[in-house]
Write a protein that binds this ligand. Sequence first.
Ligand code: GDP
Ligand code: MN
Length: 411
Amino acid sequence: MVRGRTRGLILGFSALLVISWTGFMIRTNRHRAAVSYIQEALELKVLQILYPNHHYTKENYTEFRIIPEKNLSDFRQYGELAGMGDDYPLENATFFTLVRNQELYSLLQSIEYVESRFNWRYHYPWVFANDEEFDENFKLEVSHLVSGEATFVTIPKEMWSYPPHIDQKKALETRERMEKHGIIYGGSESYRFMCRFNSGFFYKLDALAKYKYYWRVEPDIKFNCDLDFDYFKHMRENKLKYGFTMTLHELPATVDGLFSETKKFFRDLHPEYINENNQIEFISQDNEESFNMCHYWSNFELGDLDWLRSKEYNDYFNHLEESGGFFYERWGDAPVHTLAVSYMLDQKEVFYFDNTGYYHVPNSQCPRDGEKRIELRCTCELSKDFNWGSFESCLPYWYETRDEPRPWWAP
Ligand code: GDP
Ligand code: MN
């Protein structure tokens, strides 16, 4: 009895103390961080009592976001009505995105385009990879926006670092020199890890092991047209190994030695890896004297993971890795993929995805075919179409190097 009363008194007194201390702190405007921390903790407690079925995440120290715990179908009514339904045979395929925590909101925007223009019909899964651990809030927000299963991967260190044979001093000198010359990302170490990872490692991630096809998506991209058929199915049915939607010229200063290493690999070391119906003409217009800089823009790409995991492709990557050009120059994954595609694949295995309305800064694609623009509810501006409208685009030339005619609407 006495004990109970004493405890009550002590508790009451402490509560009073905390309240008046808090009030004092607020009035005196001191230790604001500490005060707001306590306020937030209290606020969170209250919210948890009022709405026990909600998720609470701490955005930063001043804001709480409430994300209701609902089924995706509660949000995506239109997907349920017009989607392919549960018995649609999904391809063995996944979206793939490499992304940093701080790019969350740029990523959410990309996801919304992918979902509303394509994936609400199918609910393909999505693998997200990061060289650092994803934060909880990132995973929560992303999981709520994708309509398929989301998997989050932390990249193993050896896939995001220097291989042992690289002279890091020399690598640093390269970065300093390229930075001085104003070459974009020339001074960035992480950009090089990224290009190396996208060239030779992403397809080795455990999370991708079970899949046959991937579709790469980056933060801050758009699809300004409906993607009105199953791109993955299209890959399988047509035995495609690589798909792109834009092709343009690389900055020569970033790939000085890439082509000579590539030529050495295919012509001197492994001529048997060169496809009989290759498309080398697309990347070299002078009988392999030089690289014409045309490359598939890899921020959008669909590909066959089995091909990337093949001995042939990895022999090629390992050869490039040995030469050190990812660090002693600034080789991009786009030209690396493009050179491999052009030497190793049959032209028929490479596909141009038209009518995507794709945008990645600073270029956008827009269907020339007016009927298509209406049918696919495109919101792109025709006059800004890069593919047929810019001298920088390699698409018109790509058609010249193929056994197929240019489309009727090509200017
Ligand atoms: P750009 O398209 O060549 O200008 O290069 P981006 O900055 O868009 O990078 C290409 C892709 O790699 C994007 O998906 C980025 O989110 C991702 N990326 C680039 N650098 C890093 C990094 O340091 N860490 C992680 N996790 N992702 C990165
Ligand atoms: Mn990008």
